[in-house]
Ligand binder design. Structure first.
Ligand code: PLP
Length: 444
């Protein structure tokens, strides 16, 4: 049994040192960021984040699903130092170094797909998505794409055009990239067609074929369907297996490429290396970022070999596939393969079971969902009507922070629970007891 003496406080939060940084930040930093509470980090270790005043927090946010191996895992840090001593940059777009191809080879191996794959590197999720959008148009010579309501693919113009989760992302930035049509996702808790799974027979996908492709969008002009295997920012929505299978079949029928955005759901988060592996799908293209290098900036767009048919010069990035990031990614993958993916599956099962128990006690929890350690609770003020508990959700996150538990929201009224994959049962219990305490307070 691990002895858990955190969270722990030595000052109020934010403390004096934090307040100083917050004041400077307010003066100099872009106000577009979405910070919801004033955590000012000094250091991180595993699932513990210590703020600049010495207060210790239990991190169930993983730096937005990035620090899957835990904060500053020694093996990742060692790989970074080793590479940094050799060279920091040479630009893989004009020169060669082994870290890029070694990592690409590793990504192909862990994808466990029948087809040969190739990898393009960028620096972020959005860049991986931009690359995918350009590649699918280039390769298919088709201009249209589909994506989903609730999707989040990033904030650069192409990625933003594919997104459909929150109006604040879109407002004021039109015109976006043309040629994108959004369709309803397999969000069974709030079925857009008011149907019930499994009787619905996945009507949401049939609708694309029977209505959209017959009335509005010529299927033979659609290059790709971009889809998160499990929607992240949009609310941690895990659709039934048949949703992805039917969508994949639809793609095959019309020569459309199936692009899986694994930026949040990948790198072991769901208890498998990639979430598409839960669904028995082998995507034509998939995108990676976030957890791939444990916090070093890196994005990757991976496609079946024959699809990556673009010519030299058609797409590249100075920093993409930075050698330090690639080495950090190799160390990350080794840790994932040597136990963390399995731990995510095991701990995730426990977390979901415990949340279901909390749901019996707290009316506010309308839905518990997820896979592995990609887990959320959706809060409602009325279970029958599924009235979205937006203010209550924000209150839960704020109060949890005040008690030392770092959480993040997703969708309009959901809370995500995404601890680093190194988390143990005792740490989950601690986080759950804080959540329980907060929910009890809200009932008063
Ligand atoms: C599924 C998904 N795609 C793309 C992105 C964009 O990644 P980035 O913020 O690194 O550009 C995110 C970020 O949250 C994401 O969750």
């Amino acid at each position: 049994m691990k002895n858990i003496d955190y969270p722990s406080f030595v000052t109020e939060v934010p403390g004096p040192k934090a307040r100083e940084i917050l004041a400077k930040d307010k003066r100099y930093i872009s106000p577009s960021y979405t910070r919801s509470y004033p955590l000012v980090i000094d250091k991180g270790e595993g699932v513990i984040v210590t703020d600049v005043d010495g207060n210790r927090f239990l991190d169930f946010s993983s730096g937005i699903g990035v620090c899957n191996t835990g904060h500053s895992h020694p093996a990742v840090v060692a790989s970074i130092i080793e590479q940094a001593k050799k060279f920091l940059h040479m630009s893989g777009t004009d020169f060669y170094y082994g870290a890029q191809s070694n990592l690409a080879e590793k990504i192909c191996e862990i994808s466990d797909m029948a087809d040969d794959l190739m990898v393009y590197y960028g620096n972020s999720g959005a860049e991986a998505i931009e690359a995918a959008l350009k590649l699918v148009r280039y390769h298919t010579k088709r201009s249209l794409v589909l994506s989903f309501f609730g999707a989040f693919h990033g904030r650069t113009m192409g990625a933003l055009s594919l997104s459909g989760s929150k109006m604040i992302h879109e407002k004021g930035f039109a015109p976006l990239v043309p040629g994108v049509t959004h369709v309803p996702y397999g969000y069974c808790y709030r079925c857009p067609y008011n149907l019930k799974y499994p009787d619905c027979n996945i009507y949401c996908v049939d609708w694309i074929k029977e209505d959209l492709f017959k009335r509005v969008i010529p299927a033979e002009e659609v290059a790709a369907i971009f889809v998160e295997p499990i929607q992240g920012e949009g609310g941690y929505v895990a659709p039934p297996k048949e949703f992805h299978q039917k969508l994949y079949e639809l793609c095959r029928e019309f020569g459309i490429l199936y692009v899986a955005d694994e930026i949040q759901s990948g790198m072991g988060r769901t208890g498998k290396m990639f979430a598409f592996q839960h669904y028995g799908i082998e995507p034509d293209v998939f995108t990676l970022a976030k957890g791939i290098a444990s916090g070093m900036p890196l994005g990757a767009m991976v496609s079946k070999h024959e699809i990556m048919s673009w010519s030299p010069g058609s797409h590249a990035s100075t920093f993409g596939g930075n050698p330090v990031s690639c080495q950090a990614a190799l160390a990350t993958i080794e840790l994932l393969q040597n136990g963390l993916v399995n731990n995510a599956a095991e701990m995730g099962e426990y977390l979901i079971a415990q949340l279901r128990k909390l749901q019996e006690e707290h009316e506010l929890i309308g839905d518990v969902r997820g896979k592995g350690l990609m887990v959320a609770i959706e809060l409602v003020t009325d279970r029958e009507k599924k009235t979205k508990a937006v203010d209550e959700r924000n209150e839960v996150i704020e109060r949890a922070f005040q008690k030392g538990l770092l959480l993040l929201g997703c969708g309009e009224n959901s809370v995500r629970l995404i601890p680093p994959l190194v988390v143990c049962r005792e740490e989950l219990d601690k986080g759950l007891s804080i959540l329980d305490e907060v929910l009890k307070e809200l009932r008063k």
